[in-house]
Design a protein around this ligand. Structure first.
Ligand code: GLC
Length: 743
């Protein structure tokens, strides 16, 4: 018998899978169009309507029975089956509801806030977190989460920076697609999958002044080169839905932007899921002064490409009238409904709409808690470790001080809707359980982060009775997240004063920060020998912190955004343009400026007289208990064709006696372009494990296409010219530098 070559077997396999996919999408479209044909206009508008659970179950069931609803958000899971049964068994066409919820960084098992997960620089961390969240949520009938949030933010005054994946488009793209994979799994039909929703489309993180909901003024080129890329990556990864943002950009609210929703999302990115507004972001176009009235809101939104309306109900109230006035067409409505039905179909809701109430609950499953603990370990960033005071020996007696040492609710961070604070393992609780071998004394000194108390006698006495003081400071959960912007991001209340008071004892101090944003902690650094920074680390954060303080784990987190010295330095980020007057290295402290100094004597360059030109800590920074050495940067070529690639490699050595992980980062700079280009851009990172004394060669394959950007002509392409390249510890490390040319 003629041997079938392996090539033909592969070709057959490819053909079959293409046929299968085509068949699936053909079945899908056939099902959707058959259903659409049978729907009345009222039923179609019902599908485009999402409301929140704001009434009794019976009145909600009546609304559903009359097909006035396509989706519910944030309802109590115990009512899901009852309401879903009404939709499926009592409405005319039995179209199931899609139940949405803000499962942002965990349903019951709460992971670190997304900013913390980004600090892990390990895509498996957000993927695990999303997988655990989807597993726990789908069982409760929640089939749609309003995450991941992919807003690039360069402003820590903005409370929602807590939900973001930091300041860098590359990192946010990698972490965001990991979350999409984690939420959606291999198939949306799986009983542990849920539809992701990439938000807030787009530019919300650039709110002027860092004040939430404020206008943004992002020019088209910057939008293309910085704010849109993470969304494009997530759509390419199969994100099922998109949520529009509250902000107007250059005067146009996203919820009414046909450029965003049709030109970019549909025409360029070929997105085939559905778009949902943010909470009343459609009707808010009246407040923006962009829509005359609710009827205008419905008209603008539908023409722009908005499929589903969250809460404001202008579609069900006005589309029929707009249709009679020929301002919108049935085609417009059908397109929106088709997109919604497609995701419901892919979720398997038509075949399997109900919760299996007999299923064994996976909530707080041991493996979920273990993954949350590992995530918290990898999300912590060691910022300072004078004289290697950390890790502590288990024989060290510690004084546990500060308002965040036993803050079960606060530790869960913002958007931990369903997290149970009684399940939170705080640092103190860790000492009462797994770390009960550690000798400690506990005196908080302050009872919550805003506490104005100034009597620290007991805390001082506790410090005096111990070998080392571990002072837990930071922010209550309510101080970050939506609508929670701050104009002052110092440690709030009397926390800095508490640190100072403990410093007066002369004891070594470990400052452990638990917060929702990068705080301006420069003034506190003299009062701490070591600083471990945690972005609200979630349910298992206390154990993770003890793992790190006592050396069971070695810190590996890196900053996903810049830490400024002063709030006045904002916005400050690593991937900035060089300007025509980049500041010099030296900076004369303001108090040393001579009296009557001549006008130009300090150099006319871009810096602050009082805080210089550098941040407190740069993007990508993080210390370890290990000591990593970088050497021997080599390029496979110094001339790359415009369609080519090159290999950049370096040797990384763990020159210590402590095993550890290191995040090796690849940066490039396009020296001259049709527009000014950033002084550095992250193009790759690898988190590697090195045993004590071990060396590894780390290789990056950099493609010319990864250097592409929207230039002067607004066409995305790689431009020939000279580039610098670094393999580095962080964005400020220029140690291993080389050059190459793109021809
Ligand atoms: C909120 C948020 C959005 C959230 C939605 C539903 O206002 O902006 O991120 O998913 O409403 O709760």
């Amino acid at each position: 018998m003629k041997r079938i070559s392996s090539i033909s077997i592969c070709l057959l396999f490819i053909a079959l899978s293409v046929f299968a996919q085509t068949k699936t999408s053909k079945d899908e479209e056939k099902f959707i169009n058959n259903l659409l044909r049978r729907m009345t206009l009222e039923e179609k508008l019902g599908q485009m309507n999402q409301t929140h659970f704001n009434t009794t179950v019976d009145s909600m069931c009546m609304k559903v029975r009359n097909s006035g609803l396509g989706s519910l958000l944030n309802i109590n899971p115990k009512f899901v089956n009852q309401i879903q049964r009404t939709a499926v068994e009592e409405s005319r066409l039995g179209i199931p509801l899609i139940i949405g919820r803000d499962v942002i960084h965990g349903y019951k098992t709460i992971f670190p806030i997304p900013l913390g997960q980004a600090a892990s620089f390990n895509p498996q961390v957000p993927e695990n977190g999303a997988r655990v969240a989807a597993t726990e949520s789908r069982q409760q009938g929640i089939t749609w989460t309003f995450a991941p949030m992919l807003d690039i933010s360069r402003d820590p005054r903005w409370g929602r920076i807590a939900e973001s994946l930091g300041e860098d488009p590359y990192l946010a793209g990698v972490m965001g697609t990991s979350m999409v994979r984690g939420f959606q799994g291999k198939s949306l039909k799986d009983n542990n999958a849920m539809a992701a929703c990439v938000k807030h489309f787009v530019g919300y993180g650039a709110a002027e002044g860092g004040r939430d909901y404020n206008s943004t003024n992002i020019p088209a080129r910057l939008l293309r080169n910085v704010y849109l890329p993470p969304f494009q990556k997530a759509i390419e990864a199969g994100a099922a839905t998109v949520m529009t943002s509250f902000n107007d950009n250059d005067g146009i609210p996203s919820s009414g932007s046909d450029f965003l929703l049709r030109t970019v999302l549909r025409n360029e990115w070929k997105f085939d899921g559905f778009v949902v507004s943010d909470w009343e972001s459609m009707s808010e176009m009246m407040k923006h002064g962009y829509a005359q009235d609710k009827k205008d809101v419905a008209h603008i939104s539908l023409k722009a490409g908005m499929d589903m309306e969250m809460v404001s109900e202008t579609y069900v109230d006005y589309i029929k009238e707009l249709m009679s006035e020929k301002k919108v067409s049935m085609k417009d409505v059908d397109n929106a409904v088709r997109n919604i039905l497609r995701i419901k179909y892919r979720l398997g809701l038509f075949e399997n709409p109900y919760i299996d109430e007999k299923a064994v609950s996976t909530i707080y499953a041991p493996e979920h808690l273990q993954k949350a603990r590992q995530a918290a370990v990898e999300s912590a960033v060691l910022l300072k470790n004078e004289k290697n005071i950390l890790p502590l020996k288990p024989t060290t007696k510690i004084a546990v001080i500060g308002p965040m040492a036993d803050a079960a609710h606060e530790q869960l961070g913002t958007w931990s809707f369903d997290g149970d604070k009684n399940k939170t393992v705080t640092p103190l609780k860790a000492l009462l359980t797994e770390y009960s071998n550690i000798s400690y004394v506990y005196e908080p000194g302050l009872t919550y982060s805003r506490d104005k108390n100034t009597n620290f006698e007991k805390a001082i006495a506790a410090a005096n009775s111990a070998d080392v003081a571990v002072v837990f400071v930071g922010e209550e959960a309510i101080l970050s997240g939506e609508a929670h912007s701050l104009s002052n991001i110092n440690l709030i209340g009397q926390q800095s004063e508490l640190l100072k008071a403990i410093k007066s004892t002369g004891k070594p101090i470990i400052m452990v920060v638990i917060a929702g944003r990068p705080l301006t902690i420069e003034r506190d650094l003299p009062n701490a020998d070591a600083v471990l920074y945690n972005f609200h680390p979630g349910t298992m954060g206390g154990l993770a912190i003890m793992d790190l303080l006592f050396g069971k784990e070695n810190p590996s987190g890196k900053l996903p955004l810049t830490f400024v010295r002063e709030v006045g330095q904002i916005p400050m980020y690593y991937n900035h343009n060089n300007t025509g007057r980049p500041a010099q290295e030296w900076m004369q402290p303001i108090d040393e400026i001579p009296l009557e100094a001549p006008q130009t004597s300090l150099g006319n360059t871009s810096f602050y007289l009082d805080s210089g030109k550098n941040p407190l800590y740069p993007f990508g920074f993080g210390l370890s208990y290990s000591k990593f050495e970088y050497a021997n940067l080599q390029l496979s070529t110094t001339e790359m064709a415009i369609t080519g690639s090159l290999i950049a490699k370096a040797t990384i050595k763990n020159a210590s006696d402590v095993d550890g992980y290191e995040v090796v980062q690849l940066y490039v700079r396009d020296l001259v372009g049709s527009i000014a280009r950033p002084v550095k851009e992250l193009k790759g990172f690898q988190k590697i494990f090195l045993k004590a004394g071990e060396s590894k060669t780390v290789e990056f394959n950099l493609k010319a296409s990864e250097l592409a950007f929207y230039g002067r002509d607004m066409v995305k392409k790689t431009e020939p010219g000279e580039f610098k390249i670094w393999i580095a510890r962080n964005s400020a490390d220029n140690g291993l530098e080389s050059n190459f040319i793109v021809k």
